[in-house]
Design a protein around this ligand. Structure first.
Ligand code: ARG
Ligand code: GLU
Length: 691
């Protein structure tokens, strides 16, 4: 009996352990190394089903959408799903006062109503290949770094040239993975006629806005629908009325069976950037210096914006998008910094580094960590000044305008349009207050050695008063006058360069260019080099550990399962949200929570309380995974990834299975909105349902 209990306990422990194996964003090419573990977690397909160059595989149904999101194919006729926030600028571009698609949504009722989008592309990964040997051909260890660089570049360029075929829309890139210990060739086919098919009203697609951003419980219908068009031969083509819907090699069937806690989930998409293998110094800088300081600086700006936005609805609209942009990273950094502190990642990494250093003694890696430490010690104060500069002086809108105008005039471009779009969303009292606030913060928090001399002199001229400086600058600058700015030509360049707004911008820029940038560039170069050794060394130090490469916007596989979490003592978050929660949040007086009347009516008609909206899972994702397909054990589409919970955003540095959750739209909510709100169920005819 006792033995049986022990056996059961062991089995449970093993199951528990393997259930916690959700960290990682794996290369599809090497998925055979993970497939057994995926199957042990419930996945029912094979490695070839996930990635293959010989037959159609799931990868053929996934695209890089634009330059920073993911999308997935859902029909034989090129229909594509991504996030509302990924299609936002396209939806916005088609919107006008008469047709406000952002506000009211947009639904094509036939193919001919689908809207073309200049500049929008989707990239299919045709294949990826480990080309390390080819890229390093001719390399030997006696070579200097400059020589290695030029060799890598020449070999890489040759590979790209061989693989790419611009006339056919085929592009190629060689990417350095594992800090340039390995090189992979990525070959893409890029389609450039991508049309907007549907988008819900923002009150659904952005429901919860920045109030709910990075948070759970979440109820955002964050999707938009596009269609890829091709030439008659199904190949990439410029927009033309004669183009036909693209026939994909593979598309996802949609599962309506729904998700339950514990269900296997698989996110296939393009995470942008992570740093999982950095030293304790870097983690400390991120968690204890950079994040908190940037958060504080952004809080100043957000508070000022919010104050004026709450006083005037016109200002609220003007600053809605700017405010959203400032607040997105602001919230993410809070989760990252808190998460790093809570997990004790700095101490963990230090302990690891002590073990590593002991192991490294007598090897070529001896002293490597000390070298990295010294590099960080030299870089960090300069880097901190750079971050302060970007989060203060460079955020003053009037100064940005001065710079944009100057650049346009230098290039011989007209500035009238630039002026119109700037002043449409400009509210000077906000900018004036931010000017004082951020310059003051810069002055208070930077050591004298990290301030431009020009700035010190100028401030002294104003008797140390930023308000006096502001009054003078905003009174004298020509950039506060919309008519004047719109009429500027090259002949006005002397007036522009003499302007106090331009002078301030430029003085800081010159300081950055001469005093900060060279130091940062050089230390970054040396740090990257040291990491090439440190990455390789970590792999030698722990030969049995599976290392996934840091994200770099290339296609990755992240698998996990549907799971709730406990964000704080005595709180547990269930993993599925429903329409009931939308109605609970609904409030016509709060912009972020004001839902369309039709949704209220649908709910009031009854029977919709349990309509699922979003769900949580343990997939390791990052920025760029927005729009990624969330797939079940049978390879069918159950959701669209669009966010993470803020308590888990340190997963870009360190993954914690207790807190790291990705947030997905439940595909059944998309179906509900398309049918009941968009009345665009003509789209369902081409969609294949798995169940
Ligand atoms: N947090 C998500 C991301 O990082 C969504 C951002 C867009 N939504 C917003 N409310 N700002 O991209
Ligand atoms: N919203 C993010 C994006 O646009 C995804 C969320 C994340 O960072 O995981 O890529």
């Amino acid at each position: 009996m006792k033995k049986r209990i022990i056996l059961i306990a062991l089995a449970l422990a093993a199951a528990f352990q393997s259930l916690r194996a959700e960290e990682g964003m794996w290369l599809p090419l090497l998925i055979s190394q993970r497939i057994e573990d995926m199957q042990a977690h419930g996945f029912r397909l094979t490695a070839e089903d996930v990635y293959s160059v010989n037959q159609a595989s799931l990868k053929d149904a996934v695209v890089l959408f634009g330059s920073g999101c993911t999308g997935e194919l859902v029909s034989r006729e090129g229909l594509l799903f991504t996030n509302h926030h990924c299609g936002f600028s396209q939806i916005q571009q088609h919107s006008s006062v008469e047709h406000d698609y952002l506000k009211d949504g947009f639904w094509a009722m036939s193919r001919s109503e689908e809207l073309p989008n200049k500049g929008l592309t989707v990239s299919f990964l045709e294949r990826m290949e480990d080309v390390t040997g080819l890229v390093l051909r001719g390399y030997d260890e006696s070579m200097g770094e400059a020589q290695r660089d030029s060799l890598v570049k020449a070999n890489g360029d040759a590979l790209v040239k061989q693989a790419a075929d611009p006339a056919k829309g085929v592009s190629a890139r060689v990417e350095a993975l594992y800090y340039a210990n390995q090189y992979f060739l990525f070959v893409y086919k890029v389609y450039r006629d991508v049309r907007l098919v549907g988008a819900p009203p923002s009150s659904i697609g952005k429901f919860g806005g920045d109030t709910d951003n990075w948070m759970w419980p979440r109820h955002t219908g964050d999707f938009s629908i596009f269609r890829i068009y091709a030439g008659k031969d199904n190949e990439p083509a410029d927009y033309s009325e004669d183009n036909i819907p693209y026939t994909p090699k593979r598309f996802f069937k949609i599962s309506r069976a729904g998700v339950q806690e514990g269900d296997f989930t698989f996110v296939y998409g393009c995470p942008g950037s992570t740093k999982e293998y950095v030293t304790s110094d870097e983690v400390r800088y991120v968690g204890e210096v950079s994040d908190p300081e940037k958060i504080a600086l952004r809080t100043l700006r957000l508070d000022i914006q919010k104050k004026y936005m709450s006083q005037d609805p016109a200002v609220r609209i003007q600053y809605a998008s700017k405010n959203a942009n400032v607040s997105n990273a602001w919230k993410k950094w809070q989760g990252e910094s808190k998460g790093i502190a809570r997990l004790g990642t700095v101490a963990d990494k230090q302990a690891y580094e002590r073990r590593f250093a002991a192991w490294a003694e007598g090897t070529r890696y001896e002293g490597l960590l000390d070298r990295l430490s010294a590099l960080y010690a030299a870089r960090n104060p300069v880097y901190r000044a750079y971050e302060y500069y970007t989060e203060t002086v460079r955020t003053v809108e009037l100064l940005q305008l001065a710079n944009n105008v100057k650049t346009a005039l230098d290039a011989g471009r007209p500035v009238a349009e630039l002026a119109t779009s700037f002043f449409k969303d400009y509210y000077q009292p906000i900018d004036e207050e931010i000017f004082v606030s951020v310059l003051d913060a810069f002055d208070r928090n930077m050591n004298p050695g990290y301030k431009p001399d020009w700035f010190k002199t100028k401030l002294a001229e104003y008797g140390g008063s930023f308000s006096a400086w502001r009054d003078d600058l905003f009174a004298k600058s020509l950039f506060t006058d919309p008519q004047r700015v719109a009429a500027l030509t090259r002949d006005d360049l002397p007036a522009v360069t003499a302007d106090p707004a331009w002078a301030l911008w430029d003085a800081f820029y010159q300081w950055y260019r001469t005093e900060l940038q060279p130091v940062i560039t050089e230390s970054d170069r040396q740090i990257r080099l040291a990491y090439r050794d440190y990455m390789r060394a970590q792999m030698e130090f722990e030969p049995d550990k599976a290392f996934y490469p840091d994200a770099n916007l290339t296609l990755r596989v992240a698998y996990g399962h549907v799971a709730g979490y406990s964000p704080a003592d005595a709180i547990y978050y269930a993993p599925v949200s429903t329409l009931k929660g939308i109605i609970e949040k609904d409030n016509p007086d709060i912009y972020d929570y004001d839902i369309p009347q039709v949704l209220r009516d649908l709910y009031a008609a009854g029977g919709r309380e349990d309509q699922p909206v979003c769900f949580l899972a343990t997939n390791h994702t990052s920025g760029g995974n927005s729009g990624s397909p969330v797939i079940n054990a049978d390879g069918n589409l159950i959701g669209i990834n669009f966010d993470r919970v803020w308590e888990g955003t340190m997963s870009d540095v360190v993954f914690d299975p207790d807190y790291c959750r990705n947030i997905s739209l439940d595909i059944r909510y998309l179906l509900f909105v398309v049918k009941e709100i968009g009345h665009a169920d003509w789209l369902f005819e081409e969609i294949a349902f798995a169940d």
